[in-house]
Design a protein around this ligand. Sequence first.
Ligand SMILES: [Zn+2]
Length: 213
Amino acid sequence: MQIDPGADILGLVDVQPTFMPGGELPVAGGDAIIPIINNLLTRFDHAFATQDWHPAGHASFASAHPNKQPYDTIGMPYGPQILWPDHAIAGTPNAAIHPSIDQHRIEAIIRKGFHAALDSYSAFFENDRKTPTGLEGWLRQRGFSRLFLCGLATDFCVAWSAEDAARLGFAVTIIEDACRGIGLPEPNGRTTIDTARERLVAMGVAFVNSQDF
Ligand SMILES: [Zn+2]
């Protein structure tokens, strides 16, 4: 797969210790993607990153709701919301981009989830699917049209970012071995990773591996 330096950009989604083993909301194998991403960062001329960035007591935390447990789902004004363990607290070391990530080609960092009453999975919109993060404007003004996404977690922040990007008209590719998923159970023995992949393929999102470049 050929990289077009004028049009292509690598997007690192939430590559933060909070989502890795030892963090508050660990994704299995989440730290295994660091060397893969560092290798990708040597091939792309341009990259951006997102950071999940919550105030203490954020509405997506189970601890903020009486009698609720992590992974319960509640109704929010903007729709159903899965509740999570407290994670990605703004300004804490575990909310930083992982210190082993080589940041020298990361030209923009978008923080999301800082509105106390509104969660944000996607790099483009908060979970009401309306409040923009500003990333779309930045990408368009810089002339990028093809997004290559990696990071955590495949079935939530990466998937929602890919879906919004496709909806906005960007060509989207997910670099699968540079992602790890949470995999909550879904009906019929499937997981949120299976259903997210299916939804994205139907929208025209491509899936590749890092060796394909
Ligand atoms: Zn979060």
